[in-house]
Design a protein around this ligand. Structure first.
Ligand code: PEP
Ligand code: MN
Length: 355
């Protein structure tokens, strides 16, 4: 896929910033926040007109009557405007109202029929579209949505990482899984990557921290929900920041150099590469031993999987993590992967010899 630049984003020299309220609530609310934001360095104004809510009965957006309000933001403050679209009708209404950039929300990205309908409605229209990650961490679904749009001729595309939902008590509303946008970048290096720390954190106190993480990972921009009176917002009141808070967050961000040839790193990277190679060699050795023990298990008629042995091994890893200040969950998933490969290898031995 060959993407074209989204020229609107060139307004800002460093990190592009998309700011504005979660939802357009009234003409006054929209113009008030736009008026303050127009004095800050923002690339694009955002406001949801149609709000996809998880449960019925919540504020579902003002609908099309909000489009002329959004248009006034563009005309009176000369800021390009954006909104979320989820149906072909939204696309038509938004384009007719002069919306400059559209975005597809997480719940819609997860639905190929809806994305295809939007793509068809966009055929022949030269408007940039930003695609939020789907609610579940499925990179193919995210790429699939981008492809559907690209195949319909939308060549000015961007991706927004807004985190992934999960069940139960959680620190983040939608926890980031940075490896997904990183993989997306590996596969599509020219696709602009934007982070939405507001929907990730779900609390305004986390916005700055998450925005910094995104910058440290070379994201091209941020989408931050901004409202003049966040506590009274009709949607996402907990996560919106005031324009002053936004300015502070932006001021505090540290922009790091992304010079990949930096000589400062060479010796460290060499050591890391050597350690990675040693880990791989150890893994090969470990699997060899697993295959040998599988022979013994087969001969003696023992089952491949021995639960008490597995539990004991997992316990040892946990103690190791504490000593080495490593994240127990991360290390657990590495060892679960090693163990599952070991089981697969052993099953191959047992099954090969049976035939
Ligand atoms: C939004 O940006 O207002 C929104 C609904 O986001 P998401 O699709 O990420 O939940
Ligand atoms: Mn929101």
């Amino acid at each position: 896929m060959e993407f074209q630049r989204i020229d609107i984003f060139d307004r800002n020299d460093r990190t592009l910033l998309i700011a504005g309220p979660c939802s357009a609530e009234s003409e006054e609310q929209l113009l008030a926040v736009a008026s303050v934001l127009s004095k800050q360095k923002i690339s694009l104004f955002r406001a949801g007109i149609w709000k996809p809510r998880t449960r019925p009965g919540c504020f579902e957006g003002v609908g099309k009557k909000g489009l002329p309000w959004l248009r006034r933001v563009k005309d009176e403050f000369s800021i390009p405007i954006s909104t979320e679209v989820a149906t072909a009708e939204h696309v038509e209404l938004a384009l007719a109202a002069g919306v400059d950039v559209l975005w597809i929300g997480a719940r819609t990205t997860a639905n190929p029929f809806a994305v295809q309908e939007i793509a068809e409605a966009l055929r022949g229209c030269d408007v940039p579209v930003l695609v939020k990650n789907p609610v579940n961490p499925d990179i193919e679904l995210w790429i699939g949505a981008l492809e559907r749009l690209y195949n319909a001729g939308v060549v000015r595309l961007g991706a927004i990482h807004r985190g992934f939902s999960s069940y139960g008590e959680k620190y983040f509303r939608n926890a980031p899984q940075w490896q997904l946008p990183m993989e997306l970048h590996r596969r599509m290096p020219d696709l602009p990557l934007i982070c939405d720390p507001s929907h990730m954190g779900g609390k305004r106190e986390l916005v700055g921290f998450l925005a910094q993480q995104a910058l440290d990972l070379n994201f091209d921009g941020l989408m931050i929900e901004t409202h003049c009176n966040p506590v009274c917002a009709l949607s996402d009141a907990r996560q919106q920041v005031t324009p002053d808070e936004l300015a502070l967050i932006m001021d505090r961000l540290v922009h790091r150099s992304i010079d990949v040839d930096a000589t400062d790193f060479i010796s460290y990277r060499k050591r890391i590469d050597e350690i990675d190679e040693a880990i791989m060699e150890l893994l090969v050795k470990r699997m060899q031993v697993a295959r040998e023990i599988a022979e013994v298990k087969r001969e003696k008629g023992h089952a491949v999987f021995q639960p008490c042995r597995y539990n004991g091994t997992m316990q040892r890893y946990a103690e190791f993590c504490e000593k080495g200040k490593l994240d127990a969950d991360a290390i657990k998933s590495i060892f679960e992967a090693i163990h599952s490969e070991s089981i697969r290898q052993q099953l191959c031995i047992v099954n090969d010899n049976k035939e």
